[in-house]
Design a protein around this ligand. Structure first.
Ligand code: ZN
Length: 163
């Protein structure tokens, strides 16, 4: 019976889909519980060092900003830079390292580092923070891959954060 076979066929598809869904939930859950792999942490450290060197080349200052890998960032936010009483911190969204490792390292990190530098160099005002022309200039000097000025996400925070 054709209908019968069709029904069976769909049941199998549904069963396989559910298994796949459970498997990917489990994977995400495992990933969020674990520390990032040493190889990923090393990649972040290497990129950070490269960024520090670029800052020194262009601005002749030594900088170091805390880079916090956080599970608490909203998932649409890859990174964030906060400024509170002169203290500058960079947050990277841990959840995003699973499927977007290269993007996090080559794109998000220089992007946020440029925000941190704008705070460091005091090239901002409350009105003109975010993706200003000054930020774009710094972002390009840090060899960022996403230095367009009209990035939608609001990824800077004044004051304390809960991340
Ligand atoms: Zn930004």
């Amino acid at each position: 019976m054709f209908i019968h076979r069709l029904k069976r066929y769909f049941q199998i598809i549904i069963f396989v889909s559910i298994c796949f869904l459970i498997y990917s939930w489990y994977n995400n859950y495992q990933f969020s519980k674990q520390e990032l792999k040493t190889s990923i942490i090393n990649q972040i450290k290497n990129k950070e060092q490269a960024l520090k060197n670029l800052v020194y080349t262009h601005y002749k200052i030594h900088v170091g900003f805390p880079i916090i890998i956080s599970n608490e960032l909203p998932s649409n936010l890859f990174g964030l830079t906060s400024y509170s009483k002169g203290e500058i911190k960079i947050y990277l969204n841990k959840k995003r390292f699973q499927e977007s490792l290269d993007y996090m390292i080559d794109d998000v990190l220089p992007h946020e580092y440029a925000h941190a530098m704008i705070f460091k160099l005091k090239l901002f005002s409350k009105k003109k923070a975010g993706h200003s022309k000054e930020w774009q200039r710094v972002c390009k000097k840090l060899q960022g891959l996403r230095c367009e000025r009209f990035v939608k996400n609001n990824d800077i925070v004044f004051g304390k954060t809960n991340f």
